[in-house]
Design a protein around this ligand. Structure first.
Ligand SMILES: Nc1ncnc2c1ncn2[C@@H]1O[C@H](COP(=O)(O)OP(=O)(O)OP(=O)(O)O)[C@@H](O)[C@H]1O
Ligand SMILES: [Mg+2]
Length: 141
């Protein structure tokens, strides 16, 4: 199932993602697609808030993964800096998304072949300075 919304501000993107986080099942994997500055990290922050994570979510600029403990563990990946698929495979990230937490992955392209097909895909498209088109695709059950 696919659903598209227009977000008129980063707050709207945050709220939309937070609703998703409130309803999401553990073990969910969310792949966040979008260009630089599209709003992937804002979306990840909203999702974390919806999960009840109270820690401040940072942009994991210098790390590939940040882990936040809550009722559900939240794994925030940013694969932007991985430029080599073998390098990625050596990191064994699948151990995380096979666990009980919720994983959100910015720049998931490099991991596409090993990411579970059963996942939520989100595309954030830049329309103008404050407007984004957000498409969310839920896996078939
Ligand atoms: N409707 C909107 N939704 C989300 N962000 C918006 C929106 N309008 C403006 N913005 C701004 O766009 C920027 C999005 O930044 P963010 O760090 O979330 O992007 P990103 O996709 O994670 O970028 P990167 O690829 O560098 O990780 C923020 O400065 C935010 O305020
Ligand atoms: Mg980001």
């Amino acid at each position: 199932m696919k659903k598209t919304i227009i977000s008129n501000s980063s707050d709207e993107t945050f709220s939309f993602a937070s609703e998703l986080g409130k309803n999401i099942q553990k073990k969910s994997i969310v792949a966040l697609y979008g260009t630089l500055g599209a709003g992937k990290t804002i979306f990840a922050k909203g999702l974390a808030a919806g999960l009840g994570i109270v820690d401040e979510i940072t942009s994991p600029s210098f790390s590939l993964l940040e882990v936040y403990e809550g009722d559900i563990t939240f794994y925030h990946f940013d694969l932007y800096r991985i430029d080599d698929r073998d390098e990625f495979l050596n990191l064994s990230f699948e151990e995380f998304w096979e666990g009980d937490g919720v994983s959100v992955i910015e720049w998931p392209e490099i991991a596409e072949n090993i990411l579970p097909k059963h996942r939520i895909n989100v595309w954030i498209e830049y329309i103008d300075e404050n407007i984004r088109r957000i498409t969310i695709e839920y896996p078939d059950n």
